[in-house]
Ligand binder design. Sequence first.
Ligand SMILES: [Zn+2]
Length: 113
Amino acid sequence: MHELSICQSLIESIEDAAREHAFSKVSRVTLEIGAFAGVEIEALKFSFDVAGRDTLCEGASLVIHAMPGMGYCFECSSAVEIEDRLSPCPKCGSAKVQATGGDQLKIKDLEVV
Ligand SMILES: [Zn+2]
């Protein structure tokens, strides 16, 4: 499962941070996930519990900030929020929209014990 491998690499980077900053237990992980990241939020939460077993993330709560997809419309020169990469411009209806943001998947905050 795609989400499981995402969680495993997230936990690995948290373990790296734990070594660097000398903490041994995480109580809350806040993630920022863009609309284009291709991640199923419910599956990610489930996978986080599974992947977190016997790690410093065991029992940690997962908070997810879903970020909107962003694009730039060349027709009306505006930065706009779009639902998916191929959405037309919500302002003028043009299809000349380039996705500029929304594929991020990153750890925004860690609450450690
Ligand atoms: Zn437009």
